[in-house]
Design a protein around this ligand. Structure first.
Ligand code: SF4
Length: 393
């Protein structure tokens, strides 16, 4: 089925032109692999519906799969946000061991749910979580991974408790917290720039605007870009003077604090990057009218194979994974009986036999030329027919 290309997503600029939605997360994924980008932002969403091909249904689940690093990072961010809110409400100093215990409990609850098996996640991925390490490596989280989680939680919470921002800024009682919600956006020449900053404050003591990001991971070359984007947001939303603006990364694991003054030349470079990146996004959007069954071949793939090792979508993108994972998904949702299972290699064998003159019904010849994953029904039907034929040889 050919899909109609929708004009660019929600949001229009002042002239009524459609805007493109841009974020640093999108940009990073696009730089890593354009196939991964289009699967994640366009095609996977279509797999929410049972009428869609199994490849897309599995893509939807893979998009929503987390991993140990993201899980720890998200939980730490949520806990810090909640602790800071409580601190402002009650004035009580924070307690490291209480925060650690809450994090162990929450993280353990999530990975234990994932360990209950794939079937629940296959059937309802929004209610049941899955971790990359469980899906691809083993059905239970390895002991060393559990120990890694505890160590990381411990060092990050200690990093937060000892951080400059908490001790010198938040405890000072001079901060006015500007917003509690996390997801924000601003317009830049018709591009809607989305961001997610952890803390935006105004320090009444020194008339300073501050934006803070708590980092549970290592330093990255993208960090200064991210901070400039936060600075642009504070300027465009609050009218913050660039000279009164300070942006900070708190590296919780390393216990390091890096603060920067933003400047207009830095803004200029980042604006150029955003515009170039948004242009590329628009070009990719022009190609999303490819049929769903052609998506895996329509976009450039990662140059660096190492990226594939940690990619959620390798189950459907890498040929040596695809059939096993799609068959397993279909079994998990009760659409593919084990006794009717046929591997892609058998379909390939069938194709070879037919091309070497093996007589089969014309209908089967046609099926062999088509993608078996065109629709769920056609996949199931083909699997059954091929199994019947193969059992005679
Ligand atoms: S497996 Fe590799 S090529 Fe395929 S989507 Fe992921 S990163 Fe891209």
């Amino acid at each position: 089925m050919l899909l109609q290309r929708k004009p660019y997503q929600e949001g229009v600029d002042k002239m009524g032109r459609y805007s493109v939605l841009w974020s640093l997360t999108k940009h990073k994924m696009m730089m890593e692999c354009e196939t991964k980008y289009v699967l994640n932002y366009y095609f996977a969403k279509r797999g929410e519906y049972e009428t869609k091909p199994p490849l897309l249904q599995l893509a939807w689940r893979l998009k929503n799969m987390t991993n140990v690093y993201l899980l720890i990072g998200n939980q730490i961010h949520q806990e810090i946000e909640s602790e800071i809110r409580t601190l402002f409400e009650t004035g009580e100093f924070l307690n490291a061991s209480k925060i650690k215990k809450a994090l162990y409990k929450n993280i353990e609850g999530i990975y234990k749910k994932a360990e209950r098996g794939f079937e629940r996640w296959y059937k309802d991925p929004t209610a049941n979580s899955m971790l990359f390490e469980i899906y691809y490596d083993s059905s239970r989280l390895k002991e060393e991974v559990k120990q890694f989680i505890r160590r990381k939680v411990d060092t990050c919470v200690d990093g937060f408790i000892n951080s400059f921002t908490l001790n010198e800024k938040i405890y000072s009682g001079k901060l006015k917290i500007m917003e509690s919600e996390k997801y924000r956006s601003f317009m830049l020449d018709g591009i809607k720039v989305n961001l997610s900053a952890d803390l935006i404050y105004f320090d009444t003591d020194c008339n300073e605007w501050g934006i803070v990001d708590w980092k549970s991971g290592k330093e990255s070359a993208f960090d200064p870009i991210q901070l400039s984007i936060y600075g642009m947001y504070a300027e465009s939303t609050y009218g913050a003077n660039i000279n009164d603006l300070i942006v900070t990364n708190e590296y919780l694991e390393d216990g390091k604090n890096k603060s920067y003054k933003v400047d207009s030349s830095g803004f200029k470079e980042v604006k150029t990057l955003i515009k170039q990146s948004a242009d590329r996004i628009m070009k990719l959007e022009e190609n999303i009218s490819v049929s769903e069954e052609d998506v895996m071949d329509a976009f450039p793939k990662a140059q660096n194979q190492k990226v594939c090792e940690r990619c959620n979508f390798k189950a459907i993108c890498l040929e040596n994974y695809r059939d096993k994972h799609i068959n397993h998904f279909l079994e998990g949702v009760g659409k593919n009986g084990r006794n009717k299972e046929v591997e892609m290699v058998e379909i390939e064998l069938m194709r070879e036999l037919v091309s070497n003159g093996m007589p089969v019904d014309h209908e089967v010849e046609v099926f062999l030329e088509e993608s078996p994953y065109e629709t769920e029904e056609s996949h199931t039907y083909k699997v059954e027919r091929f199994s019947e034929y193969l059992s005679r040889f």
